[in-house]
Write a protein that binds this ligand. Structure first.
Ligand code: UGA
Length: 443
């Protein structure tokens, strides 16, 4: 199949490279000439494990190429995917669809023969109708169908998620378009990944509902963690205890500093807005948004408490800045609110992140950056683990302790055993665990 992928951002680039790897001919198109030039030289605009070699392999095999102009690729394509950004609009939090609408207009001018136009970006309910209207308005005679095919991949695990999805959601009522989409995903179908064919609006809403549910699951366990601290219980054991109930499931129950990233914060807001606009407010989702926002700032207060109630004049070392490991993405990262809260409290903040420093630097102008975890901890009054990078899971605690001025360890991802940390002389604070209680493993 011939595929044009509009937008070489996270979703577009990963999807384009994976579809090429399935054997399709894929052209990735992006307006940004520097991005395209870099991709042509094999340089990735994002950090994603495995992406560089996947792109290189498929470019070498002649199945993947990059362009700034979409006309030729769209004219020859069986399916055109729209994978452009949908940032939160300033002020109201609603998804900004101007890039999607621009893409629809440009695609319309280039269509030739029956083409399936697929929205892959996360777009509010009704966007497919709007894309169809825009294309029809531009070229009344064109033969096309607009399909919603939301993407469920996670940053840091994107290639695996794309190639082994739990399900593929295809929103269309056009049997011809459905057949094209089944062909696009045939290699996955052979792997027994279920394809769920729904109405277009249903597919659009399914994506938001999935992200809102996951955000609610995280927020639920985060609140439970606070209660665990108050009553002297262990949230990890509570999570395990409830997660083993198949109806709840063990995944996405890690308490932490609150969710961040480019998806959950934006999508929960956009969903709440859609619901309000339809006179059907989603009170759970609205509460999730508010609780998560407050939580990020509350984490700075937690550190301040761990430091005896004040951080004025103290040096606090943050380990991990990105919103999660294996990405350089700083969007809505809890580290931003934590650093700001500590600085407001009069602390000097020093930070280290394995991949995120370049992205973090402009966002954290008053923070100094270290070369590794130990130099970050040098002379510090507290070390705070903000992101659970593998590099922080097996730190030499003796060395860390020796480097610090005051051995306070605030572990916002619960990666250390409180008892072991205490044995090394740390005053340890996890999330949802009373200090000194080790999580017992299952028998
Ligand atoms: C999320 C969804 O997981 C994907 O399925 C979806 O496709 C994607 O959004 C999207 O809409 O594009 P992503 O934002 O890459 O993916 O990252 P996640 O791994 O889901 O993590 C999101 C945030 O939740 C991170 O800040 C992470 O630290 C936090 N989290 C996650 C927790 O605090 N606890 C958990 O148990 C799980």
């Amino acid at each position: 199949m011939r595929i044009a992928m509009i937008g070489a951002g996270y979703v577009g680039l990963v999807s384009g490279a994976c579809l090429a790897d399935f054997g399709h001919d894929v052209v990735c198109i992006d307006r940004d000439p520097t991005k395209i030039a870099a991709l042509e030289q094999g340089r990735m605009p994002i950090y994603e494990p495995g992406l560089e070699s996947l792109v290189a392999d498929n470019v070498r095999q002649g199945r993947l190429s990059f362009r700034t102009e979409l006309r030729e690729a769209v004219a020859g394509a069986d399916a055109v995917f729209i994978a452009v950004g949908t940032p939160s609009r300033r002020g109201d939090g609603f998804a900004d669809l101007s890039f999607v609408h621009d893409a629809a207009r440009e695609i319309a001018g280039a269509l030739s023969g029956y083409t399936v136009v697929v929205t892959k970006s996360t777009v509010p309910v009704g966007t497919g109708d709007e894309v169809e209207r825009i294309i029809r308005e531009t070229v009344s005679q064109a033969e096309f169908a607009v399909v919603s095919n939301p993407e469920f991949l996670r940053e840091g695990a994107a290639i695996g998620d794309f190639k082994r999805p739990d399900r593929i959601v295809v929103g269309t009522e056009d049997p011809r378009a459905e057949a094209v989409m089944r062909e696009v995903y045939r290699p996955l179908y052979l792997n027994a990944s279920p394809i769920l064919v729904t109405g277009r609006r249903t597919a659009e809403l399914t994506k938001y509902a999935a992200n809102a549910f996951l955000a609610a699951k995280i927020t639920f366990i985060n609140e439970m963690a606070d209660l665990c601290e108050a009553v002297g219980a262990d949230v990890q054991q509570v999570a395990r205890g409830i997660g083993l109930d198949g109806r709840i499931g063990t995944k996405f129950l890690h308490a932490g500093p609150g969710y961040g990233g480019s998806c959950f914060p934006k999508d929960t807001l956009a969903l709440a807005k859609t619901a309000q606009d339809h006179g059907m407010p989603l009170r759970i989702v609205e509460t999730v948004v508010a609780v998560n926002d407050q939580r990020k700032r509350a984490m700075a207060r937690k550190v301040i408490r761990a430091c005896g109630g004040s951080v004025r004049g103290k040096t606090i070392a943050l380990l991990g800045l990105t919103f999660k490991p294996d990405t350089d993405d700083m969007r809505e990262a809890p580290s931003l609110a934590i650093a700001a809260g500590l600085q407001d409290g009069g602390a000097k903040v020093r930070a280290y992140d394995p991949e995120g420093i370049e992205q973090a630097r402009p966002l954290l102008p008053a923070v100094s950056f270290a070369e590794d975890a130990y130099s970050c901890a040098e002379g510090a009054d507290a070390v705070v683990i903000v992101t659970e990078w593998n590099a922080f899971r097996a730190l030499d605690l003796k060395r860390l302790h020796m480097a610090m001025r005051t051995p306070v360890l605030v572990d916002l991802r619960n990666i250390y055993d409180p008892a072991i940390a205490a044995q090394h002389g740390f005053a340890y604070q996890g999330v949802g665990r009373s200090a000194g209680t080790a999580s017992t493993s299952e028998a």
